[in-house]
Design a protein around this ligand. Sequence first.
Ligand code: ZN
Length: 356
Amino acid sequence: MASGQSGQGNPGPYLDTAPVRNGEATSSSPFQSHSQRDEGIAAPNSFQKWAVSRSPRNPEDGNGLVGENGLRGEAPEMPELPEVEVLRRHLDGVLRGRRVLSVEVLRPRLVRPTGTDALRALLVDMTVHAVGRRGKHLLFNGPHPSGTDGQIIGHLGMTGRMFVDDGVRELPRHAAVVLGLDQGRFVFEDPRQFGRFHADVSVLGGMGPEPWDPAWTPLVFGQRIAGSGRSIKELLLDQSVVAGVGNIYASEALWQAEILPTRPGRRLKPDECGRLWTAVRSVLEEAIALGLRVQPDFTAGAGGLFYYGESGTGSGVEERFRVYDRAGQPCSRCGGVIQRSVQGGRSSFFCRGCQR
Ligand SMILES: [Zn+2]
């Protein structure tokens, strides 16, 4: 099992996400080849379609989605790498070693393209070996007695939640997939049904390196964005550049690196690439560390996933953002006013006083 290799401040292992073959995690890198990487993200897997609110979701209506910054008509946020990583660690703790006894699919569209029968064949009698992560995808790996050791891929989409409970209480209204386990029950619920639970590994094919992949260096990052006329914000959101960064942490990293989100990638100097590379890892690590301090809530509707602003997470969760969702507020670094603009249909938050 590979462990995190970023050195200082790394909250722990991230790279134990390699596909399982013959019942063991492969020792090779889980990352795809450059030729696959350069193809970018296939449209059907565009995470931007799956944006989810970071706001508290009202259990009464099942989702309670609002646009970011309270704005209507704008794509709300989705869970990004830190939220998925925190959930991964919780699920790994409760699923590792569990054997799947039954598979119930209540929302067949969420298991496409694998389908209910194939999913059942892959999962029944599988023992969960580990729960990994690749970008924003959860990877459920484990040996199967048939020898066809499997990997099931879960994505939370906009409103997905995954949790393990005792199997006694009533299923949530939007339960999509339920796995009966030798101890307890795994539930994937998703009111908006943009999440997925399937075995189609092609969704991982276009992804770039994990932020803590030793192969992702400031030089590699700089080479990847050099020559691109796209804005650096859009490049950070491109999962083929680096996996797992979404709208919130792109804004935060750019603020930390003192770089305006609208700068074209090709205009960034090497020292700026280095600062941004550091900032990406730093803001993600900080968010993971914070998420791990939040007590997981596996009660009905909570799903063990921490979402910003959710009751029980405390006001400190909101306050940690330096620019995200803070338009009109003073910049903590220079006192300037934080501004909001829309790039590619998504909000960017930044400070003109200290970002160049
Ligand atoms: Zn500032």
